[in-house]
Design a protein around this ligand. Sequence first.
Ligand SMILES: *[C@@H]1O[C@H](CO)[C@@H](O)[C@H](O)[C@H]1NC(C)=O
Length: 435
Amino acid sequence: MAAAVSSFFGILLLAFISVSFAEIRFSEIRSDPRPIIPFDEFGFTHNGRLELNVSKLSFSSPDPDLSKLGFFLCTRDSWLQVLQQIEDAEIACALQSHIIQEVYNLNSLAKSATAFNHFYLQSDADQYTLVFANCLPQLKVSMDVRSAMYNLDGKSKTRDYLSAGITILPRVYFLFSLIYFILAAAWVYFLYKKRLTVFGIHFFMLAVVILKALNLLCEAEDKSYIKRTGSAHGWDVLFYIFSFLKGITLFTLIVLIGTGWSFLKPYLQDKEKKVLMIVIPLQVVANIAQVVIDESGPYGEDWVTWKQILLLVDVVCCCAVLFPIVWSIKNLREAARTDGKAAVNLMKLTLFRQYYVVVICYIYFTRVVVYALETITSYKYLWTSVVAAELATLAFYVFTGYNFKPEPHNPYFAVDDDEEEAASEQLKLEDEFEL
Ligand SMILES: *[C@@H]1O[C@H](CO)[C@@H](O)[C@H](O)[C@H]1NC(C)=O
């Protein structure tokens, strides 16, 4: 278990390096001695632009050698080469390397100026990081930096502030939100038709689907706002509210179904309530972490800490929701042995085992496979990992809805004697092999 969890973390950590932010960013650098200060990462097309506005520039010592300070763009591969060059002592400073693309060297700054604006055209399509290099040891730099990276659209020449690989995300999210609205409508129709066999949990499922649809709609609006303006103040408050509610309700739903609430029994046991009492506050923490992560760039000070908190919380939630399903499976097995209705219980048991496997697959796919995809796909196709995650989620919702739908003729109780006998046989077999 410990090994599994740590490998889980290992793979997730990989995800740190592959996030691509793309907004207009403001960074305040204060007495910073770092030789390399990374700012932001962006996937350029052949029509890329970078606007750099620096102000309040000051240094810890008077009259430093400004040619040793500057901004440059660099891909990940070329950065590794630069590090190699520095290690081999071919160059002393990243700015001397001809692999990097120098954006602005501070020696072009007018005498005693403390601010400058610079415009840079990028026509080599690739994913770049904007970096400031300070090749003077002991020199501390202070400045306010505004960086805006964008691509110009083919014909209309409008600005697109979303990185090359994620620029179609608004459309992707919108499409998925439509699908969920259709699913919700279908579910309402279905509940109405089968209204005699509807349980409380079925209305809860409806709420989960509607929240998911609203969340995707806000995400689409949010991303398209960033795409147009470069800043994230479209519907992001609504977006955070819906993703918070969606997170809580989805995990609660998995726990409730796992416990068999409202199909198998109308109440929750104490230990099952405890799982909910762990999962719900953790979801609150997860959402706070998500907000902080989104608001500070990948190179912000607390970014990694919050990312780790988010991962930890997520792993705990995912493990916690599995317990009730395991308890139900155990109870059903015992009931099957003692109360004589082996076939009925065995059918429920199979259903719960299937559900257990599907929940694990869903968690594994959306947490691990998707991040792995994100790291191995080229920056141009980053959207594919989002599509993969959304498809997996959709499949999970459909599976859950289909298997736990209201049933007029409950298959659990429509069993004849032959089946009863076969089920008892199977149970005996299972006991022998301790499945
Ligand atoms: C930033 O610099 C660009 C390029 O020189 C310039 O067009 C733009 O107006 C500047 N923006 C601000 C806010 O100073």
